[in-house]
Design a protein around this ligand. Structure first.
Ligand code: GTP
Ligand code: MG
Length: 209
Protein backbone atom coordinates (compact mmCIF):
# COMPACT_ATOMS: atom_id res chain seq x y z
CA UNK A 1 0.00 0.00 0.00
CA UNK A 2 2.76 2.45 1.00
CA UNK A 3 4.38 2.34 -2.43
CA UNK A 4 1.12 3.26 -4.16
CA UNK A 5 0.36 6.19 -1.93
CA UNK A 6 0.70 9.45 -3.86
CA UNK A 7 1.83 12.76 -2.45
CA UNK A 8 -1.71 13.95 -1.77
CA UNK A 9 -3.13 10.67 -0.50
CA UNK A 10 -3.73 10.40 3.23
CA UNK A 11 -3.64 7.11 5.10
CA UNK A 12 -7.40 7.41 5.56
CA UNK A 13 -7.96 7.76 1.79
CA UNK A 14 -5.97 4.60 1.21
CA UNK A 15 -8.08 2.55 3.62
CA UNK A 16 -11.06 0.55 2.34
CA UNK A 17 -13.58 3.12 3.52
CA UNK A 18 -16.58 3.25 1.20
CA UNK A 19 -19.23 5.90 1.08
CA UNK A 20 -21.35 5.96 4.20
CA UNK A 21 -18.80 4.20 6.37
CA UNK A 22 -18.98 5.24 10.00
CA UNK A 23 -15.79 5.86 11.94
CA UNK A 24 -15.59 4.32 15.39
CA UNK A 25 -12.69 4.48 17.85
CA UNK A 26 -12.14 1.81 20.51
CA UNK A 27 -10.45 3.03 23.67
CA UNK A 28 -9.96 1.63 27.16
CA UNK A 29 -7.23 0.61 29.58
CA UNK A 30 -4.62 -1.92 28.48
CA UNK A 31 -5.82 -5.52 28.57
CA UNK A 32 -9.52 -4.54 28.61
CA UNK A 33 -10.08 -6.65 25.48
CA UNK A 34 -10.22 -4.10 22.63
CA UNK A 35 -8.17 -6.07 20.10
CA UNK A 36 -9.94 -9.31 21.00
CA UNK A 37 -13.28 -7.56 20.39
CA UNK A 38 -12.08 -6.05 17.10
CA UNK A 39 -10.96 -9.39 15.64
CA UNK A 40 -14.03 -11.20 16.94
CA UNK A 41 -16.18 -8.62 15.14
CA UNK A 42 -14.07 -8.83 11.98
CA UNK A 43 -13.43 -12.56 11.63
CA UNK A 44 -16.08 -14.01 13.93
CA UNK A 45 -13.43 -16.02 15.75
CA UNK A 46 -11.14 -15.75 18.75
CA UNK A 47 -7.65 -14.59 17.92
CA UNK A 48 -4.81 -14.49 20.40
CA UNK A 49 -3.58 -10.94 20.91
CA UNK A 50 -0.46 -9.12 22.02
CA UNK A 51 -0.58 -5.67 23.69
CA UNK A 52 -1.19 -3.05 21.00
CA UNK A 53 1.60 -0.55 20.47
CA UNK A 54 -0.01 1.93 18.10
CA UNK A 55 -3.32 0.88 16.57
CA UNK A 56 -5.25 -1.70 14.56
CA UNK A 57 -7.91 -0.76 12.05
CA UNK A 58 -10.52 -2.99 10.44
CA UNK A 59 -13.69 -2.57 8.45
CA UNK A 60 -16.56 -4.32 10.22
CA UNK A 61 -20.10 -4.90 8.96
CA UNK A 62 -23.09 -4.59 11.26
CA UNK A 63 -24.98 -7.90 11.50
CA UNK A 64 -28.16 -7.19 13.39
CA UNK A 65 -31.10 -4.82 13.60
CA UNK A 66 -30.84 -1.38 12.05
CA UNK A 67 -27.06 -1.71 11.87
CA UNK A 68 -27.29 -4.75 9.55
CA UNK A 69 -25.18 -4.09 6.45
CA UNK A 70 -23.75 -0.82 7.80
CA UNK A 71 -19.96 -0.47 7.42
CA UNK A 72 -17.94 0.64 10.40
CA UNK A 73 -14.27 1.52 10.19
CA UNK A 74 -13.08 0.56 13.65
CA UNK A 75 -9.84 1.95 15.08
CA UNK A 76 -8.46 0.01 18.05
CA UNK A 77 -5.90 2.09 19.90
CA UNK A 78 -3.36 0.79 22.44
CA UNK A 79 -4.45 1.41 26.02
CA UNK A 80 -1.13 1.44 27.90
CA UNK A 81 -0.65 4.58 29.99
CA UNK A 82 2.16 5.92 27.81
CA UNK A 83 -0.06 5.58 24.71
CA UNK A 84 -3.16 7.32 26.11
CA UNK A 85 -2.06 10.86 25.17
CA UNK A 86 -2.40 9.66 21.55
CA UNK A 87 -6.11 8.80 21.95
CA UNK A 88 -7.23 12.30 21.06
CA UNK A 89 -5.69 12.15 17.62
CA UNK A 90 -7.93 9.15 16.88
CA UNK A 91 -11.15 10.59 18.29
CA UNK A 92 -10.96 13.69 16.09
CA UNK A 93 -14.02 13.63 13.80
CA UNK A 94 -15.14 10.18 14.91
CA UNK A 95 -18.82 9.19 14.70
CA UNK A 96 -18.76 7.09 17.85
CA UNK A 97 -16.53 5.91 20.68
CA UNK A 98 -16.44 2.40 22.11
CA UNK A 99 -14.89 2.40 25.58
CA UNK A 100 -13.93 -1.18 26.43
CA UNK A 101 -13.91 -2.02 30.11
CA UNK A 102 -12.66 -5.04 32.04
CA UNK A 103 -15.75 -5.62 34.20
CA UNK A 104 -13.74 -7.64 36.73
CA UNK A 105 -10.86 -5.24 37.26
CA UNK A 106 -12.30 -3.38 40.25
CA UNK A 107 -8.83 -2.21 41.27
CA UNK A 108 -8.47 -0.16 38.09
CA UNK A 109 -12.11 1.00 37.87
CA UNK A 110 -11.23 4.47 39.15
CA UNK A 111 -8.46 4.74 36.53
CA UNK A 112 -10.89 3.62 33.82
CA UNK A 113 -13.45 6.16 35.04
CA UNK A 114 -10.86 8.95 34.89
CA UNK A 115 -9.89 8.09 31.31
CA UNK A 116 -13.51 7.71 30.23
CA UNK A 117 -14.58 11.03 31.73
CA UNK A 118 -11.50 12.75 30.28
CA UNK A 119 -12.48 11.40 26.84
CA UNK A 120 -16.14 12.36 27.16
CA UNK A 121 -15.35 15.86 28.44
CA UNK A 122 -12.74 16.60 25.79
CA UNK A 123 -14.14 19.51 23.70
CA UNK A 124 -13.56 17.66 20.39
CA UNK A 125 -15.75 14.82 21.61
CA UNK A 126 -18.72 16.95 22.59
CA UNK A 127 -21.86 14.99 21.79
CA UNK A 128 -20.06 11.96 20.33
CA UNK A 129 -22.05 8.86 21.43
CA UNK A 130 -20.22 6.52 23.81
CA UNK A 131 -20.75 2.80 23.97
CA UNK A 132 -19.21 1.29 27.10
CA UNK A 133 -18.49 -2.34 26.39
CA UNK A 134 -18.66 -4.04 29.79
CA UNK A 135 -16.31 -6.82 28.70
CA UNK A 136 -15.24 -10.11 30.33
CA UNK A 137 -18.76 -10.88 31.54
CA UNK A 138 -17.80 -14.59 31.34
CA UNK A 139 -15.53 -14.21 34.38
CA UNK A 140 -16.74 -14.69 37.96
CA UNK A 141 -17.15 -11.38 39.75
CA UNK A 142 -17.90 -9.39 36.60
CA UNK A 143 -19.83 -6.26 37.60
CA UNK A 144 -23.25 -5.73 36.09
CA UNK A 145 -23.99 -2.80 33.75
CA UNK A 146 -26.14 -1.11 36.43
CA UNK A 147 -23.21 -1.14 38.90
CA UNK A 148 -20.80 0.01 36.23
CA UNK A 149 -22.96 3.00 35.30
CA UNK A 150 -22.59 4.18 38.89
CA UNK A 151 -18.93 3.23 39.31
CA UNK A 152 -17.98 5.10 36.13
CA UNK A 153 -20.07 8.15 36.95
CA UNK A 154 -22.05 7.81 33.73
CA UNK A 155 -25.30 8.78 35.42
CA UNK A 156 -23.76 12.24 35.99
CA UNK A 157 -23.34 12.78 32.26
CA UNK A 158 -26.99 13.60 31.85
CA UNK A 159 -29.84 11.27 31.22
CA UNK A 160 -28.19 8.27 29.52
CA UNK A 161 -29.69 7.37 26.18
CA UNK A 162 -32.70 9.59 26.80
CA UNK A 163 -30.87 12.90 26.60
CA UNK A 164 -27.67 14.83 27.37
CA UNK A 165 -24.56 12.97 26.29
CA UNK A 166 -25.65 9.76 24.56
CA UNK A 167 -24.19 6.67 26.19
CA UNK A 168 -25.00 3.02 26.76
CA UNK A 169 -23.43 0.19 28.73
CA UNK A 170 -23.40 -3.11 26.86
CA UNK A 171 -22.46 -6.36 28.65
CA UNK A 172 -20.13 -8.41 26.45
CA UNK A 173 -17.60 -11.17 26.15
CA UNK A 174 -15.06 -10.50 23.40
CA UNK A 175 -13.84 -14.11 23.51
CA UNK A 176 -17.20 -15.60 22.52
CA UNK A 177 -18.49 -12.47 20.78
CA UNK A 178 -21.56 -12.20 23.02
CA UNK A 179 -22.96 -8.68 23.04
CA UNK A 180 -20.56 -7.20 20.47
CA UNK A 181 -22.97 -6.78 17.55
CA UNK A 182 -25.73 -5.77 19.96
CA UNK A 183 -23.41 -3.00 21.16
CA UNK A 184 -22.64 -1.90 17.61
CA UNK A 185 -26.36 -1.70 16.89
CA UNK A 186 -27.00 0.55 19.91
CA UNK A 187 -24.03 2.72 18.93
CA UNK A 188 -25.46 3.06 15.41
CA UNK A 189 -28.84 4.10 16.80
CA UNK A 190 -27.17 6.70 19.02
CA UNK A 191 -25.23 8.06 16.01
CA UNK A 192 -28.50 8.38 14.06
CA UNK A 193 -30.19 10.05 17.02
CA UNK A 194 -27.35 12.56 17.35
CA UNK A 195 -27.57 13.43 13.63
CA UNK A 196 -31.33 13.88 13.89
CA UNK A 197 -30.93 16.19 16.89
CA UNK A 198 -28.25 18.19 15.08
CA UNK A 199 -30.54 18.61 12.06
CA UNK A 200 -33.42 19.76 14.27
CA UNK A 201 -31.15 22.30 16.01
CA UNK A 202 -29.98 23.64 12.63
CA UNK A 203 -33.59 24.07 11.47
CA UNK A 204 -34.49 25.82 14.74
CA UNK A 205 -31.59 28.30 14.45
CA UNK A 206 -32.39 29.06 10.82
CA UNK A 207 -35.99 29.82 11.88
CA UNK A 208 -34.95 32.13 14.68
CA UNK A 209 -32.16 33.86 12.69
N1 GTP B 1 -12.11 -14.05 29.99
C1 GTP B 1 -12.03 -13.11 29.07
N2 GTP B 1 -10.83 -12.68 28.64
C2 GTP B 1 -10.82 -11.72 27.68
C3 GTP B 1 -12.00 -11.16 27.12
N3 GTP B 1 -11.63 -10.25 26.21
C4 GTP B 1 -10.29 -10.24 26.18
N4 GTP B 1 -9.78 -11.12 27.05
C5 GTP B 1 -8.36 -11.40 27.33
O1 GTP B 1 -7.76 -10.22 27.86
C6 GTP B 1 -6.40 -10.11 27.45
C7 GTP B 1 -6.15 -8.76 26.81
O2 GTP B 1 -6.92 -8.65 25.62
P1 GTP B 1 -6.57 -7.62 24.46
O3 GTP B 1 -7.67 -7.69 23.47
O4 GTP B 1 -5.20 -7.80 23.95
O5 GTP B 1 -6.64 -6.23 25.28
P2 GTP B 1 -6.45 -4.75 24.72
O6 GTP B 1 -7.53 -3.94 25.32
O7 GTP B 1 -6.37 -4.76 23.24
O8 GTP B 1 -5.06 -4.31 25.37
P3 GTP B 1 -4.01 -3.21 24.82
O9 GTP B 1 -3.71 -3.55 23.40
O10 GTP B 1 -2.78 -3.37 25.71
O11 GTP B 1 -4.63 -1.87 24.98
C8 GTP B 1 -6.16 -11.29 26.49
O12 GTP B 1 -5.54 -12.32 27.22
C9 GTP B 1 -7.57 -11.71 26.07
O13 GTP B 1 -7.67 -13.08 25.72
C10 GTP B 1 -13.27 -11.64 27.63
O14 GTP B 1 -14.35 -11.20 27.23
N5 GTP B 1 -13.22 -12.60 28.58
MG1 MG C 1 -4.90 -4.22 21.89
Amino acid sequence: MGANMGKNTSLLDALPSGQGTLHVVMLGLDSAGKTTALYRLKFDQYLNTVPTIGFNCEKVKGMIGKAKGINFLVWDVGGQEKLRPLWKSYTRCTDGIVFVLDSVDVERMEEAKMELIRTVKSPENTGVPILVLANKQDLPGAREPRDLEKLLGLTELGGGSSGGHLWHVQPACAITGDGLHEGLEVLYEMILKRRKLAKMCKKKTSFTA
